[in-house]
Write a protein that binds this ligand. Structure first.
Ligand SMILES: Cc1cc2nc3c(=O)[nH]c(=O)nc-3n(C[C@H](O)[C@H](O)[C@H](O)COP(=O)(O)O)c2cc1C
Length: 366
């Protein structure tokens, strides 16, 4: 199966299935000299792991990461970093009654049509569990960014019909739905309790803001920074929409309102507004990068649904596995880390953009 590699200079490859022995990631291209230990990665995995609130599945995966290579005496060596997470709490028999049925809204039918064979336990490679490996790699990317004064923060902007009206990053760390607005978080919790009672699920929007990004990163054509971010974010399971800056709203704006006027403040070129979300012509402009990902409701719901089996017969399906009534709170850190991986890759890819910088790097005269 191809398609498990992302990035060029900071290149990750994830492997593993939700009900196999384990999953993980290799990172090729991480610069040498970054201070790194398992705890740096574990704290991000702990934000993604299930079983932390009534709104995440009761699965009790420890998601403990092991660094297998690429780190010596607490620093990256510049060689491939391999990170392993062993699976512990698999209930494969939860899936035996649906092994030949296609779950509505899930990846089963497409996967079976392509490969003619599938690991039906929890979605195999298409499981949301694969994102644990991305989060592990992204924790490394975030450490690189932070060493450069670049910070990535994501939170739930909306859950079902409830939207956060204020953004308090500390609040988003405290409540179980990761909303940056305490009042909205309470309303979202009540809405989700009703979803659970109705044996249903909900969706929402994750917003991500990057501060400290320098101007001049990205490419003008196929490697546009917003195009790369779109690929990274749309590759997360259950993401059905992506936007940068004002996104879809800009379609109903006017040029005079939508253009961000340039100005000079404290000796730096800046813009007075940020409708473009920090990217113009595929290249960062030094303002905050703002992006959003729309997550659909969790496909696996406890209600009986209508489906078809591998023999082409119509029949009902009841899904017994343990599933999140909403994906958004666990996906916040996935959006944050996939954003970080994309930005580190773009920053490293940018290193060869200017001859004067290359000459200076090698200590030669201009
Ligand atoms: C962090 C995370 C957790 C997820 N948990 C579940 C889950 O418990 N049950 C489920 O049916 N889908 C879950 N999904 C979504 C499915 O993986 C996804 O909807 C499915 O693979 C179909 O892909 P698509 O929705 O991108 O088309 C999760 C996704 C993510 C990112």
């Amino acid at each position: 199966m191809a398609g498990s590699v992302f990035g060029n200079q900071f290149r990750i490859m994830t492997f593993g299935e939700s009900h196999g022995k384990g999953l993980g990631v290799t990172i090729d291209g991480c610069p040498a000299g970054l201070s790194l230990c398992e705890e740096d990665i574990q704290k991000f995995l702990d934000r993604r792991k299930p079983g932390q609130s009534a709104f995440t599945t009761a699965r009790k995966e420890a998601d403990a990461v092991e660094i297998l290579s690429g780190v010596f005496e607490g620093r990256t060596t510049g060689t491939p970093i391999a990170l392993l997470i062993r699976n512990k709490d698999q209930h494969s028999k939860d899936y035996s009654n649906i092994c030949d049925k296609f779950r509505p809204g899930h990846a089963d039918y497409g996967f079976f049509s392509k490969y003619g064979f599938r690991d039906y336990r929890g979605g195999g490679r298409s499981s949301g569990r694969e994102t644990a490996a991305r989060v592990a790699a992204g924790a490394v990317a975030i450490k690189i960014l932070e060493s450069m004064g670049i910070f990535v923060h994501a939170y739930a902007r909306s859950i079902g019909p409830v939207t956060a009206e204020t953004v308090d990053l500390e609040e988003a760390k405290k409540n179980p739905v990761c909303m940056p607005d305490a009042k909205a978080a309470k309303m979202a919790g009540e809405f989700l309790e009703k979803c659970i009672k109705d044996q249903d699920s909900a969706g929402g929007v994750v917003e991500c803001v990057v501060t400290g990004m320098p101007a001049g990163v990205g490419d003008p054509v196929f490697g546009k920074l917003d195009a790369l971010l779109a690929q990274a974010i749309m590759s997360i399971g259950a993401v059905k929409g992506f936007e940068v800056g004002d996104g879809f709203l800009s379609a109903s704006s006017t040029g005079s309102r939508n253009n961000d006027a340039f100005a000079v403040r404290e000796g730096r070129i800046t813009t007075l507004t940020n409708h473009c979300g920090g990217i113009l012509g595929g290249i960062s402009n030094g303002e905050d990068i703002v992006l959003r990902a729309a997550f659909k409701p969790t496909p696996s719901i406890a209600r009986e649904q209508q489906t078809v089996n591998e023999a082409g017969e119509e029949l009902p399906i009841t899904i017994h596995g343990r599933h999140d009534p909403i994906i958004v709170p666990r996906a916040v850190v996935v959006v944050e880390t996939m954003t970080a991986i994309t930005l580190v890759d773009a920053l490293l890819s940018n290193m060869g953009a200017r001859l004067d910088a290359i000459i200076k790097f090698y200590g030669r005269e201009l």
